[in-house]
Design a protein around this ligand. Structure first.
Ligand code: NAD
Length: 297
């Protein structure tokens, strides 16, 4: 059973990731006071044992620890601004969204002026990892605060300390820059191989036993692309957001990101052309379609 300090957790953002995370927190014995503006999201959270609040402000009024699992830094900042005067001094905000590291540092400073602590704890592992409580949780922040949050976070997966505040968000964006670039180049290689006459499953089998393997060849292609389900639960626009955070970070630190920038530009074109809710694995289908277009030209 959780300690009294952390027994009640606030949770804002009950989307593809938020709901399975709430399910593990409630299963571990935490009382989770949760909010999301979308009725369907609230319904799903209720089904996994959350106590629903009618606003983020109500969550803040009822808890000392508040987890955010929101689409981006802009929304995180707006929710934090809304709840800041309702959180107690000494309260802890844990931003588990994939946010922008420099904005996270600014937000932590603003919260500190109000006596509120913050850490960043973004995750990798997708909906599958959230559902199995096998997320990799990349934590940034003061180590004593991270110690305090660890019993809560460990309920959701493996906690890895990345460094100071913002470090989790920085490494998360860089991880997704790698992941997105792997997926894009895998789509291009698979398209070329198929055009040559290779069987997709044969190619994957060979890549996975060779040095070309990645999460894209081991997981995304066999599970979401080849069966054409495109239902990994991670949106294409969210992936693009992470790539842009990473390329912005490269720029801010004066690092040369030639391939990163090209990959982000290609993902951005796909985002413009595909449905706003498209799953990120649709990039493979889009790449294949580009081949068709270039052949026609
Ligand atoms: P999602 O779009 O499924 O869920 C986001 C939720 O936030 C929605 O239910 C939405 O209604 C809610 N929301 C939006 N504005 C809000 C507001 N002002 N107040 C309260 N709630 C609000 O997104 P997701 O896939 O669950 O991703 C959440 C975060 O986790 C993102 O930052 C994403 O980049 C990151 N992430 C996602 C995955 C994945 O596989 N889906 C994996 C790792 C990290």
């Amino acid at each position: 059973m959780p300690s009294d300090i952390t027994a009640v957790i606030g949770f804002v953002g009950l989307g593809n990731m938020g709901v399975p995370m709430v399910a593990h927190l409630t299963a571990a014995g935490f009382t989770v006071v949760a909010y999301d503006p979308a009725p369907a999201a609230r319904e799903r959270a209720l089904e996994v044992g959350a106590v629903l609040a009618s606003s983020a402000v109500e969550v803040a009024d009822r808890v000392d620890t508040m987890i955010l699992m929101l689409p981006n830094s802009q929304i995180v900042a707006s929710v934090v601004e809304e709840v800041m005067d309702h959180l107690k001094r000494g309260a802890l905000v844990i931003d588990m969204s994939s946010s922008e590291p420099l904005r996270t540092k600014e937000l932590a400073n603003t919260l500190a002026e109000h006596g509120i602590r913050m850490i960043d704890a973004p995750v990798s592992g997708g909906v599958t990892g959230a559902t199995a409580a096998r997320l990799t949780i990349m934590v940034g922040g003061d180590s004593s605060v991270v110690d305090e949050a660890t019993p809560v976070l460990a309920t959701l997966g493996r906690v890895v300390r990345a460094g100071e505040i913002g470090a989790g968000h920085a490494v998360k964006a860089l991880n997704n820059l790698l992941s997105a670039t792997h997926l894009l180049i895998t789509a291009e290689a698979m398209t070329a191989g198929e055009r040559f006459g290779l069987e997709p499953l044969v190619m994957l089998d060979i890549f996975n036993g060779s040095s070309g393997r990645s999460g894209s060849t081991e997981n995304k292609f066999p599970n979401f692309v080849l069966p054409a389900t495109f239902d990994s639960g991670f949106g294409l626009r969210l992936m693009l957001k992470d790539m842009l955070i990473a390329t912005q970070l490269e720029e801010q630190v004066g690092s040369v990101g030639t391939l990163s920038t090209s990959a982000a530009r290609i993902w951005s074109r796909a985002a413009d052309e595909l449905d706003p809710d498209a799953d990120h694995t649709r990039i493979a289908e889009w790449v294949d379609h580009q081949r068709g277009v270039s052949q026609q030209q």
